[in-house]
Design a protein. Structure first.
Length: 70
């Protein structure tokens, strides 16, 4: 029963793996690596492998979105 609860949990993810971040942005995992190396995306090192917070991905998108001129 406990496993069933965890498997169907609706807890939203706060961070994504490199592969999940790539999928969310519609790019390859190699592109995520390049963006990280260039300092455009900042992963958390809270775990053994880097993870990308949803807020960091949103910050990246906002920072790289062209603003419309009126």
């Amino acid at each position: 029963m406990t496993n069933e609860i965890h498997a169907t949990s609706n807890v939203p993810k706060l961070a994504l793996t490199r592969t999940e971040a790539a999928e969310a942005l519609g790019v390859s995992a190699v592109t995520i690596d390049r963006l990280t190396k260039r300092g455009k995306l900042r992963p958390s090192r809270a775990t053994r492998r880097p993870i990308y917070s949803v807020k960091e991905i949103e910050r990246f998108l906002k920072a790289t979105t062209e603003t419309a001129t009126a």
